[in-house]
Design a protein around this ligand. Structure first.
Ligand SMILES: N[C@@H](CCC(=O)N[C@@H](CS)C(=O)NCC(=O)O)C(=O)O
Length: 229
């Protein structure tokens, strides 16, 4: 298990000054990566748990595309993509290099694979009922997911404990929630694959304090300090 200590317990934004507001959904992997980046950077923020079936008017007004996560900045900006929220949280200052280490060509390639092919295969394995015209079987998508991302992750994690090397980086945070989802579809199958370094990396994150804080359960209504002090 790795140690997580926020850069500052209260973060650079002092409470009461008008905090950034994150529209989030607890189980969304894109929202998880944004929450972890904000927490890791020690940013203070308020969060609103969104029902995807009944999105709040305030979210629709800010972001007509209405995916989560969305970050509303107190000075007036709106950030509508999870990777951009991670950049906002981590890139400056980047004293521990969490953002810089994610900018290597190899790590940007892992992110691209995760967000494109791997995500498509994951969805077609996890939710086959959503793709009635699909020609490949769910198991074929599961196997392609191994080829497009998981084997590359395994190779990287055999040579260093994190995608950031000796310490984690934004790529670890960005990819982990999707690997978690994949592993949970058929845990017995996942446990039997030749992916020991990936399983150990995943279990380290799942058992660690950053992920626990990120999964704090918000009240259904309103904006709340995240996690509560
Ligand atoms: N590219 C976006 C994708 C975000 C996304 O697709 N989020 C899903 C939830 S996991 C969503 O909001 N879907 C819209 C809906 O279900 O109505 C990002 O990185 O933030």
């Amino acid at each position: 298990m790795h140690a997580w200590t926020p850069t500052s317990p209260l973060g650079p934004d002092h409470p009461g000054a008008g905090l950034p507001r994150l529209y989030t959904f607890r189980r969304c992997p894109y929202a998880m990566r944004a929450r972890m980046a904000l927490l890791q950077a020690g940013r203070a923020f308020d969060a609103v748990e969104v029902s995807l079936r009944d999105k709040p008017a305030s979210l629709l007004a800010l972001s007509p595309k209405a995916t989560v996560p969305v970050l509303q900045l107190p000075e007036g900006g709106v950030i509508e993509e999870s990777w951009d929220i991670m950049r906002w949280a981590l890139a400056a200052p980047d004293a521990q290099g969490w953002w810089a280490r994610a900018q290597s060509p190899a790590n940007l390639d892992l992110l691209r694979r995760n967000d494109s092919d791997f995500k498509q295969h994951l969805d077609r394995w996890k939710y086959p009922q959503r793709y009635p015209d699909e020609t490949l079987t769910p198991q074929a998508h599961r196997d392609r997911a191994l080829e497009v991302l998981l084997q590359a992750l395994e190779a990287r994690l055999r040579s260093a404990p994190w995608l950031g090397g000796a310490t984690p980086c934004a790529t670890d945070l960005a990819v982990m929630p999707f690997v978690r989802q994949f592993a949970a579809v058929e845990p017995a199958w996942f446990a039997m694959q030749d992916l020991p370094a990936l399983r150990s990396w995943l279990n380290g994150w799942l058992g660690g304090p950053l992920f626990a804080a990120c999964m704090y359960k918000l009240p259904a209504e309103g904006a709340h300090r995240f996690p509560p002090l």
